[in-house]
Design a protein around this ligand. Structure first.
Ligand code: FAD
Ligand code: SF4
Length: 536
């Protein structure tokens, strides 16, 4: 039996942990571990909550209206709801500065995916081209994770680009607007395939359409953004709870891992951990250390460990993220229609734009507007408030948003490093990102194609409303400690073992040597399972 210390409780870490617990190992999980508040009136739908709560403004907008997006605020179409703030609370020891990048980190039980939208898309054999592993090594791991988390979906045109695996449950009921769009695609499929190089189909969602492992099927309460009150939408804290049922598992929240001490044999001998209840610093002796703290935090821990050893400040190059572009649209066939708030809230349709190089596939998630906080949309309408509200009422059921995701690759211009630390405190994590030379063209081309697809669905994009999100907003971070076959510094083996520190394993996105356009988290979880099954 091996004693394994894991940092983090996000999707990568919990699926690694569950796999090694199943194999009989002893696990301690060190985590900052902010925890989520209890759900409010779980049986009520979005509109029932709005009508029934004693103070709905506080629930939806925050005690000091912190979730209000004020007129003139550029960019995003929605803010995070007040009850999700815990996901993004940083501990006092974490300092970050960024240039060309808007980093988001989570220190919550379950990590960033406590606030995710649950899109789960496996990479295909082409998308593993630059990995030192093959799709065939991942296939059973995708199935294993699907069994654990519950995934709904369907075999359709999209499956040619995102392989099927075991344990895919029947899809969720479509909302009327998404159904209309899919039907139009079906009617003109050969045009979409032949002329637009576009395939469309049902999204793969980590939300269950039938009871699954003691969780209830989605009952369409339309509260996904505020956190599913009945856990039909998967979050990693559910797997954390499963880990806690093992006697060989110890969860240690309220602790911030600063760095590991490196002994003269190049092994990690101790983990240096700051107690967040001000009880000082602890030193935990290590047998095997597994870093699953998310790409940015894992990189910081490695950098800080080297700095504490001999003062060396390294630069880890190759940081990646998916460029995301938000394209709002109006479906002309849905003007003046009614909408229902008892629907699944997030994207139920996805489409892909095919390119000559399969790794340049553009991944698009299509969300129709149902229950939501709509004030940011109303105040963007170019009209006075009264007319904007009138207009919005008639447009509402016809509105939707395409979230366009582009692939990224490792470049030496993009890096993380440290600055400004004495040896008693952690140095500041510093991030720098510059888009590649062809980036602007790639974005322009993708946008032109997305607009053509929408036009064929009888949808128009209102002028001036497209939003190119800042890099970092994609929150699919990867690439700083890549896996590769040959031994080299600041890299890991194909099985996640550090080439620099032999008893350190890395199970999050920092080890990905390439970043396809598809949402990364399903592959993070499955890769963590693969590493656990191969090494331990
Ligand atoms: C709004 C939103 C929507 C998203 N939607 C999707 C989606 O639809 N599909 C998809 O694939 N992905 C989505 N993502 C991205 C997804 O959430 C991340 O890819 C995923 O959570 C990364 O997992 P991780 O395990 O690597 O790290 P994280 O989720 O970042 O978890 C890090 C964990 O490590 C702990 N930790 C960090 N540093 C320390 C430290 N020094 N000491 C102790 N503990 C530490 C934290 O407490 C946390 O538990 C979304 C993200 C957001 C924010
Ligand atoms: S619609 Fe969303 S919040 Fe409601 S039950 Fe389904 S997953 Fe949960």
């Amino acid at each position: 039996m091996t004693h394994i210390t894991i940092v983090g409780s996000g999707p990568s870490a919990v699926h690694f942990a569950l796999s090694v617990l199943k194999k009989g190992h002893q696990v301690v999980m060190v985590d900052v571990g902010e925890s989520r508040p209890d759900p409010v009136s779980p049986e009520q739908s979005f509109n029932q909550l709005k009508m029934g709560l004693r103070d709905p403004a506080e629930y939806f907008l925050g005690r000091s209206f912190e979730a209000v997006t004020y007129p003139g605020t550029p960019g995003e179409y929605y803010g995070f709801p007040p009850n999700k703030r815990y996901v993004f609370l940083p501990p006092p020891n974490y300092h970050v500065e960024a240039d060309g990048f808007s980093p988001l980190a989570s220190f919550a039980q379950g990590g960033l995916a406590e606030a995710w939208t649950g899109g789960v898309y496996p990479f295909n054999e082409h998308e593993f081209r630059d990995f030192p592993i093959e799709y065939s090594q991942m296939q059973s791991c995708y199935s294993e994770v699907a069994k654990r988390i519950g995934i709904s979906g369907l075999q359709d045109d999209l499956s040619a680009f995102m392989p099927m695996h075991d344990h895919i449950l029947s899809p969720l009921n479509l909302d009327e607007h998404s159904e209309d769009l899919l039907q139009k695609y079906e009617r003109k499929k050969s045009f979409f395939r032949g002329r637009l190089n576009c395939v469309m189909g049902r999204g793969r969602l980590a939300a269950i359409s039938q009871p699954w492992l003691q969780r209830q099927a989605c009952s369409y309460r339309g509260r996904c953004l505020w956190g599913c009150p009945q856990d039909s939408l998967y979050t990693p804290s559910l797997t954390l709870e499963e880990c806690k049922r093992y006697e060989s598992f110890r969860y240690a929240p309220g602790r911030y891992a600063s760095h590991f001490r490196i002994d003269q044999h190049g092994r990690a001998s101790h983990l240096l951990v700051d107690r967040l209840d001000c009880a000082g610093r602890e030193e935990w002796a290590l047998d095997k250390l597994v870093l699953g703290a998310g790409t940015l935090s894992t990189s910081r821990i490695v950098l800080e460990s080297v700095r504490q050893r001999d003062g060396t400040i390294l630069t880890l190059t190759g940081l990646m993220d998916n460029q995301q572009v938000l394209v709002p649209f109006v479906n002309l066939d849905f003007l003046g229609r009614a909408y229902s708030d008892v629907r699944y809230q997030y994207h139920q349709i996805a489409f892909g734009l095919i390119n000559d190089d399969p790794c340049d596939y553009v991944h698009c998630l299509l969300t129709t507007l149902k229950s939501a906080l709509v004030h940011p949309l109303i105040h963007r309408t170019p009209a006075d408030m009264r007319f904007a509200i009138f207009l919005f009422r008639h447009l509402r059921a016809a509105l939707g948003l395409v979230n366009v995701n582009l692939s990224d690759d490792r470049r030496s211009t993009n890096y993380v490093t440290l600055q400004n630390g004495d040896m008693k405190t952690d140095a500041t994590l510093t991030i720098h990102y510059e888009p590649g030379g062809a980036h602007v063209n790639k974005v322009r081309q993708a946008l032109r194609r997305v607009k053509s697809v929408l036009w064929q669905l009888n949808c128009v994009v209102p002028p001036g409303q497209v939003h190119v999100r800042p890099m970092g907003a994609g929150v699919h971070y990867a690439g700083t400690l890549p896996m590769c076959r040959e031994r080299r510094p600041m890299a890991v083996s194909p099985n996640g073992q550090s080439y620099d520190f032999r008893n350190v394993y890395i199970v999050d996105g920092s080890t990905f040597p390439a970043l396809p356009a598809k949402n990364i988290t399903f592959t993070l979880m499955s890769n963590a399972v693969r590493i656990a099954q191969t090494n331990f």
